[in-house]
Every structure is written in C-alpha cells, then in structure tokens.
Design a protein around this ligand. Structure first.
Ligand code: MLC
Ligand code: AMP
Length: 504
C-alpha cells in the first residue's frame, strides 16, 4: 500500500483529539476531524463518478477545508491539481483544457468564469469553496459518510500535478507520484529532526510545493500541530512564534520579520528551527537574522519537479550563501554544457536524480525527454557549484526566470502578451533587485513608429495585462523605448538591460 495518505495517517497521533490545525480564531481541527472531513470529501468525489487517476483541480484560498480536499483526493486515488487563486482567465483556460479534471473546485466569485471554462474543457463537475471554507463542496460532502477506506495505490501512481510555467511556450504540468512525495517527506522529516512537541507555524500558501508538500507533510508525518494561518503576516508571526518550534518561509518573510522592531530573541524563545527556500536568501538577511534572533537560518533548495534536493545540515555547519548538501534521497551533480563533471568550485549546470524526482510533464513526452539526460538526470536549469566538502552554491539560472517573493514568473509568458498589444514591436521582461520581493518583474517595451506606438504608456500596458494575468506577474515597472540591445547573433542582451535599469 503506497498511498501517501496511508503513510501520513500511519503517523497520526493515537489520540484522535490531538490538535492538527490551530486557526486564527483559536478553533482547532483535531486529527480525528481531519480523518473524518477528508473521508467525507473522498466519498463525495467517488460518488460524483471520478475514478482513480482522474484529476481534481482546486483554485481556492488556503483553508482547512482546502487542505482536506487535497487529502481526500489522495485517499480516493485522484490526482490533485492546486492552482494559485491569483490566476486569471488566460491561465485557467489553459490549465483546465490541458489537465481535463473530473472536478474543479473554485471560489464563488469566479463561478461564472469557471462554468464557462469547464464547459469548454469538458470538465463535468464544478463545486465551490469560499474563503471561509464553506460552499457547495462542503454542503455536498456533509451528506456522505465520515469513514473511507483509503484506495490502494502503487508508488508510481500519480498523486499530484503542479503546473510550472515554461521558458518557451506552454506551461508544463509536473507529475508527482505517491513515491516521489513520500520519499521526500520522510527524508525531510528525519533530516530536520521533527520531534514530539513540535508546532509548525504555517503561513505559506498551499498551492505550491513549499506550503502544501514540504510544510504540511513534515507536520502530518510527525502528528504535530500547525498554526494554520491564511497568509504570511509579519505582525501575526510575532504573536505566534513564541508558541511555535518550526517556521518555514521564503526570503521575503525573513526580510519582513526583520523589519519588525518587535522581532527579538524573546519572540523565538520556543523555536528550534527556521527554514528558508524557494528563492535565494541574501547573505545580509542570513547574518542580520542571526544577530537579531540568535538563530542560524537553515537554507535548502528544491523545485516543483521533485521537492527538495539539498539542505544545510541540522547539526553541522549551516553556511550562509549556500544551499547545503545533497539530501540522502537525491544525488546532485554539476556538469558543463558537454555533460562533463565540473571540478569543485567551478560553476556548471545543476542536475539531480532520485526517487523524489518527478515522473515527467503531463502529456509532454518530448519536453520530458529534453529535460532529462540520456542517463536519467533531471536538468534543473539552475547554475551552481559544489565545494570540495559538498556544499552547493547556487549562482544563477540558465532558464529565463524571475522569482518574485518566492513565486516564479516566466518572462516569455509576459512578453508574448505585451507583444500582442497594438503599437508594440517587441518586449523584454527582466528581474531587477527588489528589497522586499528579491526580484521585481520589469518590462522594457519597444514602441512602433506609428500613432499606436506613440500612444503607448506604462499605465496603458498595465491596464491591458490586468485581468488576464495573475497580479504577481504584472510588471512593477514598464519602460517604453525605441529599441533593445542585441548581440551579434541578434539575441536580446537581457544582462545589459538589467544593468541599465537596476538604478533608474
Ligand atoms: C503578492 N504580490 C506580489 C507577490 N505577492 N507581487 C510580486 N511578487 C509576489 N510574490 C502583489 C499582489 O498582486 C498585490 O498587488 C500586492 O502585491 C499585495 O498583495 P498581497 O496579497 O497583500 O501580498 P502579500 O500578502 O504581501 O504577499 C506577498 C508574499 C506572498 C511574499 C507574502 O507572495 C507569498 O506568500 N509568497 C510565497 C510564495 C511561495 O509559497 N513560494 C513557494 C513556491 S514552491 P496589487 O497590484 O493588487 O496591489 C518553490 C519550490 C521551493 O518555489 O523551492 O520551495
Ligand atoms: P519552482 O519551479 O516554483 O518550484 O521554483 C524552483 C526554483 O526556485 C529553482 O529551480 C531555483 O531556481 C529556485 N530556488 C529554490 N530554492 C532556492 C534557494 N534556496 N536558492 C536559490 N534559488 C532557489
């Protein structure tokens, strides 16, 4: 029996009254509640006629009920497909059409759009879940039994599909199996030494690997309680950290915590571990955090296509500016463009292999083939080096990607939308250093020598993008220019643009 839910549940506390989720209003979901609520939804999904392997898509806010939907999908053998609530028509249309879920759970304000897109994509069922955890999903589930025999799954059966945008063309659905997720969860639970009495402060969104898999799986495997907060809020963190032992966040969370004068050693009196990832943690943040709190942040590195790959050690040296050592479940190698191993300290392409590394991209066998080497290593698209002692340092990306506040933005997607606007010849989207988000999405747009071209403004371009694209992808600045710098091959020199606009 390799269903991930069965693994998690085998570690739930013997006492069903033990707390699992502690909510902002102090309501508690016990482990017994979790088993019953996820059973009801699992029974509902089966009653709708979905069968194992069918996709269950959810574009909902973070609530306990949303987490139950994920667990229910696992229990019933479905493939969970979480979607950022910030996604707009353009993005949703593609995801539903590509994944063809058997059930789509949406937020009530988007119901009309959801119905329209579901009809177009042939999605048979649409249910609602609102930001307070209510809606037709929960109403329908209430009529079902609160016991459910978790469906048998093989390790290589799919548990989830997470879309990651592509550097070229369409978004790709990374297929993760029950084994992929289980192996990574067990490894991290051991590596980060989860123990009795741990309380996780959970402020991450639950539609990505970091919040849904890394954070929740560690806590559930440990039978621990989580403070389950709808989103990150530094002031609120100051209230909850004194009662927590573990915190996971993207670098922006640490920057914002440090901006709070009330954040002191005393705030962290029960804490044992702060973990950072999803984007580079600046050495100055790492150092300042140590000085203020007395804690050395543990930085780790991973991606959607496999969860975590490396981590600084729990007991050994946590070295700022590095992402630590390969995890026991993952082999990591650094190779040059010809596939030859790089000497220690030499920057090359980071490749990974292991049971946590994903199965492939949904319905894209060719793309999958391209992203793996002939001998089965996954090409991460990240650049870095490994020291003689094995510590890995990430130095950049070969993929054209901006990471803003821990969220990935692929320039190509924004460029295509801008290029289609009247008066635009072409555009280049880059990431510029930003004190809060790490990188800020910035667009440089070439105007046509026409009336439409001379009418182009920053505000006009932004207005055209809004409503089509998720807000976090919208450029923080747009520069309208007459041409872009190109090299001899005709390729746009984004490095020159980054230099030119870094200090406007
Ligand atoms: C929100 N906004 C952002 C943004 N998040 N802009 C750029 N980058 C972001 N990440 C915009 C909104 O659109 C809005 O714009 C304005 O900022 C305020 O919105 P908000 O919702 O109030 O923002 P806030 O709550 O402050 O959110 C910022 C954040 C959040 C950093 C707390 O984005 C966040 O929690 N990020 C973490 C993402 C994450 O979990 N990444 C892990 C991926 S997994 P307007 O115009 O409407 O005012 C992965 C693998 C791994 O990468 O290794 O872990
Ligand atoms: P995603 O596709 O959202 O899972 O993002 C994965 C990408 O985030 C990786 O390929 C890296 O580029 C980046 N990333 C994750 N963790 C770190 C880290 N600790 N330091 C630098 N980059 C990171």
């Amino acid at each position: 029996m390799e269903n991930l839910y069965a693994l998690l549940a085998s570690h739930f506390p013997k006492n069903p009254a033990a707390p699992c989720l502690i909510l902002p209003d102090n309501r508690v979901w016990t482990y017994g509640d979790v088993e019953r609520a996820s059973a009801r939804i699992a029974n509902l999904i089966v009653a709708l006629g979905l069968t194992p392997g069918d996709r269950v898509a959810a574009q909902v806010e973070k609530t306990p009920e949303a987490l139950m939907l994920y667990l229910a999908a696992l229990r019933a053998g479905m493939v969970f497909l979480p979607l950022n609530p910030a996604y707009q028509r353009h993005e949703l249309d593609y995801f539903l059409g590509d994944a063809k879920p058997g059930l789509f759970v949406c937020r009530p304000p988007l119901r009309k759009l959801a119905d329209e897109l579901a009809r177009k994509a042939g999605v048979p069922h649409v249910l609602e879940l609102d930001d307070a955890g209510r809606g037709s999903l929960i109403d329908a589930a209430a009529a079902h039994a609160d016991r459910f025999d978790t469906v048998k799954r093989r390790g290589d059966d799919l548990a989830a599909i997470l879309y990651t945008s592509g550097t070229t063309g369409r978004s790709k659905g990374a297929m993760l199996s029950h084994r992929n997720l289980a192996v990574n969860a067990k490894t991290l639970h051991d590596y980060w030494r989860f123990r009795r009495g741990d309380v996780l402060l959970h402020m991450l969104p639950t539609f990505h690997v970091h919040g849904l898999f890394i954070a929740c799986h560690c806590a559930l495997l440990n039978g621990s309680a989580m403070f389950f907060e709808p989103k990150f809020d530094a002031r609120r963190a100051l209230q909850l950290l004194p009662e927590s032992t573990v915190f996971m966040g993207v670098p922006t969370y640490y920057v914002r915590l440090l901006a709070e004068p009330g954040f002191t050693r005393d705030t962290c009196r029960r804490m044992r571990l702060f973990i950072s990832g999803s984007a580079p943690l600046l050495k100055e943040t790492f150092d300042e955090f140590k000085a203020r709190s007395g804690f050395t942040i543990l930085e780790r590195y991973g991606m959607t296509e496999g969860g975590m790959f490396t981590s600084n050690p729990y007991a050994g040296e946590r070295r700022g500016g590095t992402v630590g050592l390969p995890l026991p479940c993952t082999k990591v190698r650094i190779v040059d463009d010809n596939g030859k191993s790089c000497a220690p300290g030499t920057i090359g392409n980071i490749q990974v292999k292991g049971d946590n590394v994903f199965v492939g991209y949904w319905q894209m066998p060719e793309k999958t083939k391209e992203e793996f080497t002939a001998d089965g290593w996954f090409k991460t698209g990240d650049l870095g080096s490994a020291g003689a002692d094995g510590y890995v340092t990430i130095s950049g990306r070969s993929k054209d990607l901006v990471i803003s506040g821990g969220l990935n933005v692929y320039p190509k997607e924004i460029e295509e939308m801008i290029d289609a606007l009247p008066g635009v010849v072409e555009s280049a989207v880059i990431g510029l250093p930003h004190p809060d988000f790490g990188e800020a999405v910035t667009a440089v747009v070439v105007r046509q020598k026409t009336d439409a071209g001379s009418d182009l403004t920053e505000a006009g371009i932004l207005a055209a993008l809004k409503g089509e694209l998720a807000n976090f992808k919208l450029p923080k600045r747009i520069y309208v220019v007459d041409d872009l710098p190109r090299n001899a091959m005709g390729k746009v020199q984004k490095n020159l643009l980054r230099e030119r606009y870094a200090k406007p």
